[in-house]
Design a protein around this ligand. Structure first.
Ligand code: SAH
Length: 363
């Protein structure tokens, strides 16, 4: 009988010792044979979670309008990369391109590029983007052609592995996956320690059991994005859920069928994510020489881009049921209790520009 994913992980841990959470997350999500992305179609109403582009076409349409404004803000270059990292089913890009179709000079200047690591999602993206014959797929931002870029990513950062450290006595010990006395996967404190200077000032006296998260992989993504913009110019926009100020706390979660589950119960079967520390990433972008725009909540961002007007236009002359559905979608995207406040829009550019709808660039 083939070994289950849980058995494989347990065997690895019994030989090599506990796996830090970040490595567990990476493995559970990305194992080519038994990992989450290889074995599931996670996104959508029938999947495990639903993202903003899957909630409503309005999300992608407004981002399409935003991308045109961003392109104009960087001087309307005749050739530029329109890049999406981690495009899921490709819905966001398809909606953006439909909204931008009325702007032929933008469309003819854009080289559409997807950065994706999952073969099965690449296949889905090809099906969604059928008819757009110039789309390219690359595995890493370092393969971007040398042109200015407008780079977008929705709900990418939250899936990238996070490291957790638990305050125990004088030190912060790395939270890891080990084995209990019955050989079952269980949480343990590993040998790793929080790197020096990671903890923001004021948190020296946290109580035992406090959890602090860092994500070197997210930081590397922001650094690589900054390198692309530094070399060839352009703008990046990351929309995701998380906090605007670095904070103490455990935000790691496993979700299956839209419900929280035990992350160690069935590795590879649940989506594993954590909240994004935007302050940490803003600091990385700043130290990489980027011009960082003040963070906006998704609600503010979409309303400033004309969410209500778009909802009104879509609902005009439609049945009350359709109008109600559109109103519901707009509320889901923008209300504070829904996706409006926890989700943020984080943007930076390679040079000092004005970028709608962000407040004046203050850095
Ligand atoms: N943006 C989509 C999908 C979000 S799910 C949406 O909003 O619906 C996360 C996406 O990131 C998936 O497409 C996943 O395959 C991709 N991904 C995960 N790790 C990645 C990496 N290291 N580089 C590029 N894409 C990655």
């Amino acid at each position: 009988m083939t070994e289950s994913f849980t058995e494989r992980l347990a065997r690895h841990i019994s030989v090599n010792g506990p796996l830090p959470l970040a490595e567990f997350m990476h493995w559970a999500m990305s194992d080519p044979a038994q990992g989450y992305y290889a074995t599931r179609q996670p996104i959508g109403r029938d999947g495990d979670f639903i993202t903003a582009p899957e909630v409503s076409q309005m999300f992608g349409e407004l981002l399409g309008i935003w991308a045109i404004a961003a392109w104009q803000a960087i001087g309307s270059p005749a050739h530029f990369n329109l890049v999406e990292i981690g495009p899921g089913r490709g819905t966001l890009m398809a909606d953006m391109l439909r909204a931008a179709a009325s702007h032929p000079s933008f469309m003819s200047s854009a080289n559409i590029i997807f950065v994706e690591t999952s073969d099965s999602l690449t296949q889905t993206q090809k099906e969604t983007l059928v008819g757009h014959d110039t789309v390219e797929w690359i595995a890493s931002l370092s393969d971007l052609p040398d042109r200015p870029s407008i780079i977008l990513a929705n709900e990418l950062l939250d899936v990238l592995p996070v490291r957790q450290y638990v305050k125990t006595g004088a030190a912060w010990h790395e939270r890891s996956v080990g084995l209990d006395t019955n050989g079952k996967l269980s949480w343990v404190l590993g040998t790793g320690r929080l790197p020096d200077d990671s903890l923001p000032a004021g948190h020296e006296n946290e109580p035992d059991g406090a959890v602090f998260e860092i994500s070197p992989v997210r930081e590397a993504f922001i650094r690589n994005t900054a390198t692309a913009l530094e070399n060839n110019g352009g703008v990046a926009l990351f929309t995701d859920y998380g906090h605007g100020k670095t904070a103490i706390g455990d935000t790691f979660q496993a979700v299956k069928n839209h419900r929280p589950v035990d992350p160690l119960e069935m590795p590879g079967a649940a989506d594993l994510t954590s909240h994004v520390d935007f302050e940490a990433l803003q600091n990385i972008a700043l130290s990489s020489g980027m011009h960082v725009f003040p963070l906006m909540t998704q609600g503010e961002f979409l309303l400033s881009l004309g969410l209500l007007e778009r909802a009104g236009a879509l609902g005009r002359n439609q049945s009350p049921e359709i109008q109600q559905r559109i109103t519901g979608e707009a509320e889901r995207l923008a209300l504070p209790g829904e996706m409006g406040e926890i989700f943020k829009a984080f943007a930076f550019s390679g040079s000092a520009i004005e970028l709608t709808p962000f407040p004046a660039n203050d850095c």
